[in-house]
Design a protein around this ligand. Sequence first.
Ligand SMILES: [Zn+2]
Length: 275
Amino acid sequence: MKRSSILIAALAVLSISAVVASAQTKSDVDKLYILNCGEGVAGDISRWSPGVDVGKSMDFVDNCYLIHHSLGWLLWDTGVADAIAAMPDGQAPADPKAIHWRRPKTLASQLDQLAVRPADIKFVAISHTHPDHIGNVELFPQAVLLVQKAEYDWPSPSGGGRFKPEHPVTELEGDYDVFGDGSVMIISTPGHTPGHQSLLVKLLKTGVLVLSGDAVHFKSNWENRRVPSINTDKDKTLISMQRIADLLAKENAQLWINHDKAQRDSLKMAPDYYD
Ligand SMILES: [Zn+2]
């Protein structure tokens, strides 16, 4: 072959692989915003990493993720309650080892800035029912909650239900393809709580993301497979972490860890977005 035909053949291979790549990453999700849903200080980080960094405090962040699909808006987690934004010193925890939360901005004000009305949100999917994730569920009384049955049925510490019984809900039993096209998938990752779940999102330019929920809280716990003492099931937590690791490898995906401040500091926040 002459040099020019080799070049043409090489270009043809390149363009075919480009077509294949864009077909694989086809997605009807065109925007993912990271919203500031809290900032806090953990009093003793060893609550999350037993035996390690005992007595040390650590900064935490709390994210919500607003996702636009051609079929509608989905909000992943709702953060600490907007009412905390009005507390000058934030909300101190009952246990000083836990997290002292502040809320620099309300969730409502961040949606307003994006010209998204709470009534526009079709689905509110919740990683789990701890207060730093469900603090604003009732801003969206019309939105369908996507929550595992095991989490929905888990009695609250006071013995009651975790959601208002009148709130529309789809109780899931395992993984769930939210829009039916594989672009936004709920992944069952129990262990932190009985019905904990994570979210896989396919974006055209950014690629595939896995949003952790609290399957893991920060990078060193991920790398060392450490299980917080507060988790309801250690074995299930480890199985869920491995499941996420396998998914990252299979999908060539990035793991975005909800509470990891260093990672969030490296990402762009709303009104910027990922596509
Ligand atoms: Zn959390």
